[in-house]
Design a binder for this molecule. Structure first.
Ligand SMILES: Cc1cc2nc3c(=O)[nH]c(=O)nc-3n(C[C@H](O)[C@H](O)[C@H](O)COP(=O)(O)OP(=O)(O)OC[C@H]3O[C@@H](n4cnc5c(N)ncnc54)[C@H](O)[C@@H]3O)c2cc1C
Length: 290
C-alpha cells in the first residue's frame, strides 16, 4: 500500500515551484508510470505529492531552424513518437519512442518523467546524449541549463537540486552529414531494453572521414553511459567494417553492466558489441545519405 500523502495539483509552473520550495518532503508526479511503482514499493514515501500533469504550459514541441528542437517536460511519449516535425528533423527520437513501452504507457507517461526517474535502462537518455541535449531546470526565481550527459548521478538519482524541476529538453540542430540511430535488445517490442545503444556520426563532406561520433548506452551501468573510448575508435577515421566491430568491442570494455533475470553481466557485454555495431552501421548509412 502507498503511504498517506497530501496532494496538490498546481496549474502553473510558478505555483508548482512555490509548492516545491515550501514543502521539503515533496515529490513531483507527472504521469505516475514510474513513480507509482516505487511509491507502492515504499522506496519513496513523500509527505506531499505535487501533480504537475495539469500544467499545460509544459506540454509542447517547438522547432526552429536556428535554435533547434525544444520539448516541454510534460510532453507525452506518444506525442513525440507521432510529431511530424520530429519525424522530419529528429527521426531517431520518433523511432526510439515507437519501441518504448506500450501505447497505453506512451499515452500517459511524459518525457520529463522518464528522464527524471533516472532509470539507467530508460531509452530516451542515450538518444538525448547522442544528440547533445541540454535540460532546462527551473526553480523559484531562476533556471539553469545542464547537459543531459551530466544529469544522471546514480541508479534512480538525478542532478535535480531541492526545489528544482525539469521544464524543457533542448536539442541543437545536428551538423550537416550527421546520422543518428538507436537500437535496443528487447524480448518483445516495447520491453525495457536489456541493453541499448544510441550512436551519432558526423562525416566530413570533403572526404567522408568521421569528424565526430557519440556513443551512449542504456542498462550498462548505474547511469546512462557515454562510451568515449569507443567514440575515439571512429573519430578521424574513414569508417569501415573493422572499425565498427572494434568500436563495439571497445564499448563493451567500458561498461559495468548489471546482472539480473534478463541477462548476466557477461551476456550484456557481448550484446553491447552487437548493438553498438548495429546502431553505428545505421548511423553511418544515415550520415552518408544526409
Ligand atoms: C509497463 C511499463 C513499461 C515501460 N517500458 C519502458 C521502456 O521500454 N523504455 C523506457 O525508457 N521506459 C519505459 N517505462 C518507463 C516510462 O517511460 C516512464 O514510466 C514514464 O516515462 C515516466 O513518466 P511519468 O510522466 O509517468 O513520470 P512519473 O512516474 O510521474 O515520475 C517519474 C519520476 O520523475 C519525477 N518527475 C516527473 N516529472 C518531473 C519534472 N518535470 N521535473 C522533475 N521531476 C519530475 C517524479 O518525481 C518521479 O521521481 C515503462 C513503464 C511502464 C509502466
Amino acid at each position: 500500500m502507498i503511504a498517506d500523502f497530501e496532494y496538490f495539483a498546481p496549474k502553473t509552473v510558478k505555483e508548482a515551484l512555490s509548492l516545491l520550495s515550501q514543502y521539503k518532503d515533496a515529490k513531483i508526479i507527472a504521469g505516475g508510470q514510474s513513480l507509482l511503482v516505487i511509491l507502492k514499493q515504499r522506496l519513496v514515501t513523500p509527505e506531499y505529492l505535487i501533480d504537475i500533469k495539469g500544467i499545460a504550459a509544459l506540454d509542447y514541441i517547438k522547432y526552429d531552424e536556428g535554435k533547434g528542437l525544444r520539448i516541454g517536460a510534460l510532453t507525452l511519449h506518444r506525442a513525440i513518437e507521432k510529431s511530424p516535425v520530429i519525424k522530419k528533423h529528429f527521426g531517431v527520437l520518433s523511432e526510439m519512442e515507437g519501441n518504448l513501452a506500450t501505447i497505453q504507457t506512451r499515452n500517459w507517461g511524459t518525457i520529463g518523467g522518464n528522464i527524471c526517474h533516472g532509470d539507467p535502462a530508460g531509452d530516451p537518455a542515450p538518444v538525448f546524449i547522442a544528440l547533445k541535449a541540454k535540460l532546462k531546470l527551473a526553480r523559484l526565481g531562476g533556471e539553469r541549463i545542464l547537459d543531459m550527459e551530466e544529469f544522471s548521478k546514480d541508479y534512480l538519482e538525478v542532478a535535480l537540486d531541492p526545489g528544482e524541476m525539469l521544464s524543457e529538453i533542448q536539442l541543437p540542430i545536428p551538423p550537416p552529414h550527421t546520422g543518428v540511430a538507436s537500437e535496443k535488445l528487447m524480448v518483445m517490442k516495447g520491453d525495457m531494453g536489456i541493453v541499448g545503444a544510441a550512436v551519432s556520426i558526423t562525416l566530413s563532406p570533403r572526404d567522408g572521414v568521421c569528424q565526430d561520433a557519440r556513443i551512449a548506452l542504456s542498462n550498462c551501468a548505474s547511469t546512462p553511459l557515454r562510451a568515449k573510448k569507443a567514440e575515439k575508435v571512429l573519430i578521424g577515421k574513414n569508417i569501415n567494417e573493422g572499425l565498427l566491430t572494434k568500436a563495439g568491442e571497445v564499448a563493451s570494455e567500458e561498461v559495468d553492466p548489471p546482472a539480473d533475470v534478463h541477462g548476466s553481466a557477461e551476456y550484456r557485454r557481448e550484446m553491447v558489441k552487437v548493438f553498438v555495431r548495429r546502431a553505428a552501421i545505421k548511423a553511418l548509412e544515415r550520415a552518408r545519405a544526409a
